[in-house]
Design a protein around this ligand. Sequence first.
Ligand code: GRF
Length: 208
Amino acid sequence: KKLAVFVSGGGSNFRAIHEATVEGSIYGDVTVLVTDKPSCGGAEYARDNEIPVILFPKGKSISEGLSPDDLVSTLRNFEVDFILLAGFLKLIPVELVRAYPRSILNIHPSLLPAFGGKGFYGLNVHKAVVASGARYSGPTVHFVDEHYDTGRILAQRVVPVLANDTAEQLAARVLQQEHQIYVEVVSALCEERIIWREDGVPLIRRKE
Ligand code: GRF
């Protein structure tokens, strides 16, 4: 399968996924990287690994670079099967959501629906978790719709919040688990091991 990864930051999840494709635990290839921040760590890693980098449409009315429709056709030209958001901060245009039904995933660093939605990104999420007194947090992988963090939940992993955790310490503990769970889920996606329950909930079938 052909994967497009979208990043805005350091790209450690992107790296984990790319390494898994190279080493063969994901049956797929990262065919293209999309970013709104061409100088971010993720884009740099893509260039180092000869993965083409394309710029995400900027602005709503004046489109600098690609329009959402151009982005869709560019991804089609790359024959992209699945889109993986990995620390990508912009909202996905509805054109893209419609063009890739049940094919766009995001990873979020809390147990959704808690601590999700606009404003909950990066360290903010972990700060809010620590401040709330919640005893558990952890990553959620979910399908993407046209809103922030509201698409169908596909997988989660529980990570304890320790009594004296700082947001940074919690973030690091959650991020380690993000890398593992995202690789597992993308491997299931590429092997067509996602089944949709009648009520629209996606489930992962274990490897035989
Ligand atoms: C991760 O915590 C991810 O869940 C969130 O942004 C962070 C990205 O980290 N959406 P990286 O760029 O993959 O290192």
